[in-house]
Design a protein around this ligand. Structure first.
Ligand SMILES: *[C@@H]1O[C@H](CO)[C@@H](O)[C@H](O)[C@H]1NC(C)=O
Ligand SMILES: *[C@@H]1O[C@H](CO)[C@@H](O)[C@H](O)[C@H]1NC(C)=O
Ligand SMILES: *[C@@H]1O[C@H](CO)[C@@H](O)[C@H](O)[C@H]1NC(C)=O
Length: 490
């Protein structure tokens, strides 16, 4: 047990929500940008039209003013001796100034500025955050730039930006591969220069430990700029170092060994459900132990795992109900946190639905009927939308608490094309999201102790928009429904 406690990075899913306009941690929020973009360009067009009209008006005012000013040829001389002329000049300049001020103030610049301030625009952290998540996805699923850009290719400048983010994070192999991708796509329209790329290619290869590659790109850089003394010095340093080094990792090839069982499960490398065990598991219609509400509409139940017991219920929520839940949740979503605060351990936005909506009441009653547990001390339904590469690292739902989360009922509100499975690394089970289905398991043993095998995680979403709704059921109120046990292992 002690070893397990040390090796397992325990993050309890105590969620507190904060408000904010972050985009990359929710795919739904990212999609909202389409509307935002349309509005932005539309108002820019209005602004230009209005300014054009204004410029026309100002030009004609200028003409009139010029006519008045230069109509009198003896102007200066007269003014010096004739006080009436002097008065006229003073007054005219004053009026001209007022007119110019009036017309230039008709500019819509300020009004437009206000509009820009209120627009929800991705911040630099959003753009860098999205790049960072792409790199994390690559690390996790062992993907090259050409794998991840199969459907949507990137320009040299975009690839250079991702490379720089990887470089800043010390992920030199991925940085190198992105710089290489960028170099391949360099055109005369790119802002990125070949020099910059060669510099970073050499530098990331050096940091990764691939000196021959670092030397190769440094040499190419020197060929472009043969008089650059700094590059010459670095090149000779690299050549010198090369003879002292023994290892020379291959920077072009990703290491495909998984670091842990969470990763391996998500990548579909392990699934302990070998055919023998799979055959023992069953699928049947259940009436929740004779619950009258389920007698005429039994629920389709599938045992996904026997020990600990993980059960999948099919078709427990309709597409329409899902649509309603999403509609209620969308405007309320905010970045999900772990007990340690906001962390890239958890890339999603979420909300606890406190409303009295009939759909929420029905879902709650349905969960009570199916599981036989009381919803008396359960939490409000928690709806979650994952972001770019959204994941939830290995964690326990229950924590050291008098009235702990005895069980979890997790409803899938979407399918996910690739990735996004719910995995149990301690037992080796991977559950694929299936829209309208739900999975259920106990986090606590019958004696009230934490079940170490209930550790689970949400795999990074590689492709798709993952929505889930969770009902956390607590201990209080279950005394007569799930009899406790004094045994150590139940
Ligand atoms: C990525 O590309 C490599 C090499 O082209 C290929 O072997 C690998 O299967 C691809 N991976 C995925 C997940 O598509
Ligand atoms: C690949 O990664 C694994 C796990 O991190 C490590 O043990 C192994 O030595 C690495 N292999 C190579 C060739 O770098
Ligand atoms: C959800 O919201 C959309 C957009 O406002 C609306 O068109 C749709 O009818 C709503 N769906 C339900 C089931 O309420």
């Amino acid at each position: 047990m002690a070893i397990k406690e040390l090796t397992v990075f325990v993050v309890f899913s105590w969620i507190v929500c904060t408000t904010g306009h972050e985009f990359f941690s929710s795919i739904e929020k990212v999609a909202q940008l389409f509307e935002e973009e349309k509005d932005l360009l539309e108002s820019f067009r209005f602004y230009i039209d209005a300014e054009e009209k204004n410029v026309e008006r100002m030009k004609s005012v200028l003409l009139v003013l010029q006519l008045l000013t230069f109509s009198d040829p003896e102007y200066t001389e007269k003014t010096l001796r004739d006080p009436v002329a002097a008065y006229k000049l003073l007054r005219r300049v004053r009026i001209e100034w007022l007119t110019i001020v009036e017309y230039t103030q008709l500019s819509l610049y300020e009004k437009y500025q206000t509009l820009l301030e209120f627009a929800e625009i991705p911040q630099p952290e959003d753009v860098d955050g999205a790049a960072s998540e792409l790199i994390r996805l690559q690390e996790f699923y062992k993907l090259y730039p050409h794998n991840i850009t199969k459907e949507t290719s990137l320009s040299a400048d975009q690839a250079y930006h991702i490379g720089l983010v990887a470089y800043d994070e010390g992920k030199f192999q991925h940085a190198f591969l992105w710089f290489l991708y960028s170099l391949d796509r360099l055109t005369e329209y790119s802002t990125t220069t070949e020099e910059e790329l060669l510099h970073y290619l050499s530098s990331s290869a050096y940091h990764f430990g691939s000196l021959p590659v670092a030397i190769y790109f440094k040499q190419r850089l020197l060929n472009l700029d043969p008089t650059n003394d700094e590059v010459k010095v670095e090149l000779s340093l690299y050549k010198h170092l090369r003879f002292q080094k023994t290892s020379n990792p291959d920077i072009f090839t990703l290491n495909t060994t998984s670091n842990n069982s969470y990763e391996a499960l998500c990548r579909g490398e392990i699934d302990e459900r070998t055919s023998k065990r799979q055959r023992a598991l069953s699928c049947r219609y259940s009436t929740g132990g004779g619950n009258p509400r389920l007698m005429y509409a039994p629920v389709k139940e599938e045992v996904e795992w026997d020990e600990p017991r993980i059960i999948r219920y099919h078709d427990i929520i309709s597409d329409r109900e899902i649509e309603i839940l999403k509609n209620i949740s969308r405007p309320q979503l905010s970045r999900s946190e772990t007990r340690q605060g906001i962390s890239n351990y958890r890339g999603s936005q979420s909300v606890f639905l406190e409303e009295d909506h009939t759909v929420l009441v029905r879902i709650s009653q349905n969960i009570a009927d199916i599981t036989g547990l009381s919803m008396e001390s359960a939490e409000s339904l928690h709806v979650q939308n994952y972001g770019i590469g959204g994941r939830f690292g290995p964690h326990y739902d229950a924590w050291d608490d008098e009235n702990g989360r005895i069980a979890t009922f997790l409803i899938y509100m979407s399918d996910v094309e690739i990735g996004g499975a719910t995995v149990f690394p301690e037992v080796g089970v991977a559950l694929k999201p299936k829209k309208g289905s739900a999975v259920f398991w106990y986090n606590l043993l019958k004696n009230g102790e934490l079940d170490w095998e209930s550790q689970h995680a949400g795999c990074p979403v590689l492709m798709g928009n993952k929505w889930v709704a969770t009902k956390w059921i607590h201990e209080f109120g279950q005394e007569f429904r799930r009899p406790c046990s004094l045994s150590d292992w139940e």
